[in-house]
Design a protein around this ligand. Structure first.
Ligand code: PLP
Length: 384
């Protein structure tokens, strides 16, 4: 293999910027010209386009994916004494938010094939919380991990039987679909993130909430601006400063023009990896009847030593890899004390041997071929 080639970028926002062309600058210049940096016209336009994109009745843009989760939980009045069920294998923000509000995260294990929250274990965990009688089951947060949808039909059914609020942590999966419908309406509320590395990324922090409920949408708008009522100086409730900047909305509008094409390119690359690498790794198992936004293409290796060796071999060939996530949340120092000690063996096992390959819309065919070749060579080294 030619090792003189430059390293492949895990994420290539500069290439994307070049591809976006003058439309991006025009959007930014328009904001600089009108000067409405907070809740300017681009924010409204973006909210309308995002709602239309996923078929949701309401979109409320906010300052980050984390703030979207927080506003959604604040609107339900989630707080001390409340149990919020969420997967142990996810990004930290999913568990951080209920803890910030004084609620208790109850960690649920994941499906070993799809890495999504395991509905059977959710049911068992709700039963255990009810039996213990210390916390009130209030909400389930389904995370659409790595860009694939969580098992929403099963989660909704369980939530309905136990009277739980459903919140879709769709930070990694805006643009994904389940049963032919884009995510955004799968739960009572859907929170997404526009962090630069997410499938639809801004040039800074940003996020959005989606809901079918007029009441919830009105509460989200109030909560993102300090709990305001009908005027700015009428404070109805405790809220936060949680608005999306107009400049970020302008960037997202330019990116939205190419987003469907980017999703298609991600899918093409994922299929190429699936076909070429199934003999080397456990390649991603698709959630039935879904399409992924492919935030992350994650494979499983035999064990931690095999992962470490493979990462080193890829690095030597200029191919980056990453580990999402090296630790399940119940092992994080900050969250350990709030875990009730239930066994979460799948989350623990997956964390030791999962590995992500580069997958973004600006990987060209030659780069994809290089990633594949490096993985095949790395496997041959391991065997030989
Ligand atoms: C990125 C992410 C978040 C947080 O989004 P920010 O915009 O960075 O605050 C929340 N949940 C998951 C699963 C994420 O991947």
């Amino acid at each position: 293999m030619d090792t003189d080639l430059p390293p492949i970028p895990f994420l290539d926002l500069k290439a994307q910027q070049a591809r976006l062309g003058p439309g991006l600058r025009a959007r930014i210049d328009a904001v600089l010209a009108h000067g409405q940096f907070i809740l300017g016209p681009e924010v409204t336009e973006l909210e309308q386009r995002l709602a239309a994109f996923c078929g949701a009745a309401h979109c409320v843009s906010v300052s980050s994916g984390t703030d979207a989760l927080q506003i959604a939980m604040m609107a339900e009045g989630i707080g001390p004494g409340d149990a919020v069920f969420l997967p142990a294998f996810t990004y930290t923000a999913t568990a951080e938010v209920p803890l910030l509000l004084g609620a208790t995260p109850v960690f649920v294990d994941i499906d070993p094939a799809t890495f999504q929250i395991d509905p059977a274990h959710l049911e068992a965990r709700i039963g255990a919380v009810n039996a213990a009688g210390l916390l009130r089951p209030r909400a389930v947060v389904g995370v659409d991990l790595f860009g694939q949808p969580a098992p929403w039909p099963a989660l909704r059914d369980i939530a309905a039987r136990h009277g739980l609020f459903t919140l879709d942590d769709c930070a990694q999966a805006f643009g994904a679909a389940l049963g032919g419908e884009r995510l955004g309406r799968a739960a009572d509320a859907t929170a997404t993130s526009f962090f630069p590395s997410k499938p639809l990324g801004a040039y800074g922090d940003g996020g959005a909430l989606f809901t079918e409920s007029d009441e919830r949408a009105a509460l989200y708008r109030s909560l993102r601006t300090h709990g305001e009522g009908t005027t700015r100086y009428d404070v109805q409730r405790i809220g936060m400063n949680g608005r999306l900047d107009t400049l970020q909305a302008a960037v997202l509008l330019a990116k939205l023009d190419v987003f469907e094409a980017e999703l298609a390119r991600r899918e093409t690359i994922a299929r190429r990896y699936d076909e070429a690498l199934a003999s080397v790794f456990a390649t991603p198992v698709r959630v039935p009847e879904s399409s992924s936004a492919w935030a992350i293409y994650a494979v499983l290796l035999r064990d931690g030593a095999a992962r470490e060796a493979m990462q080193a071999r890829l690095r030597a060939r200029g191919v980056p890899s990453a580990v999402y996530y090296p630790k399940p949340l119940h092992h994080q120092p900050a969250y350990r004390a709030s875990h009730d000690g239930a066994a979460l063996p799948v989350s623990e096992d997956v964390a030791t041997r999962i590995m992500a390959l580069p997958l973004h819309p600006d990987l060209d065919d030659a780069q994809v071929a290089r990633v594949i070749e490096a993985c095949l060579e790395g496997a041959a080294d391991a065997a030989g």
